[in-house]
Design a protein around this ligand. Structure first.
Ligand code: GSH
Length: 222
């Protein structure tokens, strides 16, 4: 296997921040799509149960990242950080690096809140969704508004004077809200909205997002 390979389901999910980093970095990579009862690819299982049994997954979970020399890494954020560091998307100083990790921690927390809605029992989902759109998401977007304002008066990025993986993570979070019809949560987040528009216009990101390589959006259950 000559290109590094991303093992994940053929959906955006937890692998999408990794893919956005790869797109921005312009790194060639292959996807190893996981399924159920699917045949092996390049001698590796694609069937999830068989992949778990193969011992390739440190925590019996994907995504998994594998490099040409056999180096393997699990945990989506560890993979994202590894690639972001390699490609200059993790801040320019140790302090910026820490600030990028801080923003990524916020992104993970905000995603967790969204996940609570997605995995709620059907009877509770609509109430939770309403609360998410009117209270929870605006609160998290408000935190990101403050981070943006505190960094060069929101004229560029979340951290420092260059794009980092934190910007891509925020972009993906906002895209997920918009795609799921939760755009109303953005009403009091004009700086995040402007940041979303800016990041989405970056040539590598725009090209990736409109490419056939991008996995289709899957709506959250309502
Ligand atoms: N903290 C891990 C969580 C990974 C995870 O739970 N992945 C899910 C798929 S999105 C999985 O493989 N779950 C194991 C299973 O379904 O058996 C990460 O961010 O990579």
């Amino acid at each position: 296997m000559s290109n590094p390979t991303l093992f994940y389901f053929p959906v955006r999910g937890r692998a999408e921040l990794i893919r956005l980093i790869l797109a921005e970095a312009g790194l060639e990579y292959a996807e190893h799509p996981i399924g159920k009862d699917t045949p092996p690819l390049h001698g590796r299982p694609t069937d999830f149960a068989a992949l778990k049994a193969s011992g390739l997954l440190a925590f019996e979970a994907v995504p998994l990242w594998e490099e040409a020399d056999g180096f393997r890494l699990a945990q989506s954020l560890a993979i994202a950080n590894h690639l972001a560091r390699q490609h200059g998307l993790m801040g320019k100083t140790q302090r910026e690096h820490a600030q990028v990790e801080q923003a990524l921690g916020g992104y993970e927390d905000a995603r967790m809140e969204l996940r609570k809605v997605a995995t709620a029992a059907p009877a509770q989902r609509s109430e939770l969704r309403e609360e998410f759109v009117t209270v929870v998401a605006p609160r998290w977007l408000g935190y990101f508004e403050k981070l943006l304002r505190a960094n060069r008066d929101a004229t560029g990025f979340l951290v420092g004077d260059a794009l980092s993986s934190a910007d891509l993570a925020l972009w993906y979070f906002v895209e997920t809200l918009e795609d799921n019809g939760m755009g109303a949560a953005m009403a009091k987040a004009p700086l995040v909205a402007a940041h979303f528009a800016r990041i989405g216009k970056r040539p590598q990101i725009a090209a990736y997002v409109s490419s056939p390589r991008r996995h289709a959006f899957m709506t959250m259950p309502k």
